[in-house]
Design a protein around this ligand. Structure first.
Ligand code: SAH
Length: 346
């Protein structure tokens, strides 16, 4: 039986088989077959619903120096900002009025946000909006820190593993960061009962098919509720300024494969995908994605959260972004809903 059909039947392949399948990512017919099955599964569990998350990029200070990222600490050209608790709450108020029922607080690893400060923000948001889910995406912290934030009310945590391959991890990160710690964090978050999101960039410098196969095996093992993948896009002030961007087609192919191996997963059609291809997010939805994450950050700071070049949606107000996305979602036959959008359990 050919690999595609085996994956569709068994929802799993070996690492070698994933690698072989990935070699066929350029084959239009195979891509279409995988997308067809991915869409069947997402419709089975989520119908025509697309969930939406209000993304609040609340700090671009970061103590890390990841070689791919525009806001790495080693980039002296970033104008750094931090939102106050008041400003964050204003974003939530605006978002709630627009129909968002999940807020995502994302930032660099900013030591200013101690457990105490962070827990206070989490508690305040959850008190004001008890019907909303709160997601954190603030990088690697200790078990104790994750525990405090979970107790304060955080429901979900996004921490892309970036790459599950040790050698590739070393190419993308400085010495003081380790894949083991990244994995430890994901395990801790699971243990603490967070809905967990892992993920990786597609086409990051030096990435091979074998490494992507490793990422797929890692996802299978971890069984995260959410998986964020998007193409790598170079940023002019990083060591990878001259590197090539990832591919839209390979990202779409992987979205379909991930939908099949984790049928109930929450999969965003990411901003990076929309940046690389003007119809990227629509294509993502047609490949199996079921989440979009429009920006709720204050317009005055949008451009400063500059992870990669030419990032879209940095000029519009949140209301415009939401409307624009609602239209895009409808253009491919789905609808944006006003729900928390938890992972389907049945
Ligand atoms: N500090 C948090 C949030 C990181 S930003 C954390 O460590 O989780 C969110 C994601 O943006 C990263 O996980 C990374 O996968 C992605 N990203 C960073 N630089 C990028 C680039 N140049 N191109 C595409 N995606 C990038």
């Amino acid at each position: 039986m050919i690999l595609t059909e085996r994956l569709i039947r068994d929802h799993t392949l070996t690492r070698k088989e994933y690698e072989e399948l990935l070699e066929k990512a350029g084959n239009q017919e195979i891509r279409a077959r995988l997308a067809q099955e991915a869409v069947r599964l997402r419709k089975l569990y989520y119908g025509d619903k697309v969930f939406t998350r209000g993304l609040i990029e609340f700090s671009n200070y970061c103590k890390n120096n990841c070689y791919y990222c525009g806001i790495r600490c080693g980039n002296p050209n970033v104008k750094r900002y931090r939102l106050s608790q008041e400003e964050i709450l204003d974003c939530c108020e605006n978002g709630y009025g627009l129909g968002f029922r999940t807020f995502v607080l994302q930032g660099g690893e900013d030591p200013f946000y101690t457990d105490e400060r962070m827990a206070e923000i989490v508690r305040e948001i959850k008190t004001r909006y008890p019907d909303c889910a709160l997601t954190l995406s603030i990088g690697e912290r200790s078990y104790e820190s994750y525990r405090i934030l979970r107790e304060a009310g955080a429901d979900r945590y996004l921490l892309r593993h970036e790459t599950a391959d040790e050698a590739h991890y070393r190419k993308l990160h400085p010495e003081n960061m380790t894949l083991d710690n990244r994995k430890r964090c994901l395990q801790d978050l699971k243990t603490l009962g967070y809905q967990v999101g892992a993920g990786f960039m597609v086409g990051s410098p030096g990435q091979t098919g074998a490494q992507l196969a490793e990422d797929l095996c890692f996802l299978e093992e971890l069984q995260p509720e959410m998986v964020g993948i998007g193409p790598f896009i170079p940023h002019h002030d990083t060591p990878f300024a001259e590197a090539e961007a990832g591919s839209t087609d390979l990202t779409l192919f992987l979205l379909s494969v991930i939908r099949i191996l984790l049928p109930k997963a929450l999969l965003p059609a990411t901003t990076a995908l929309g940046t690389l291809d003007p119809k990227g997010r629509e294509k993502g939805l047609l490949a199996g994605a079921n989440v979009v994450m429009p920006n709720l950050s204050p317009v005055k700071n949008r451009k400063q959260y500059d992870l990669y070049d030419n990032k879209i949606c940095t000029g519009e107000e949140a209301a415009e972004c939401r409307q624009c996305l609602a239209r895009r979602v409808e253009s491919v036959g789905y609808r944006l809903v006003e729900e928390r959008g938890d992972a389907c359990l049945s």
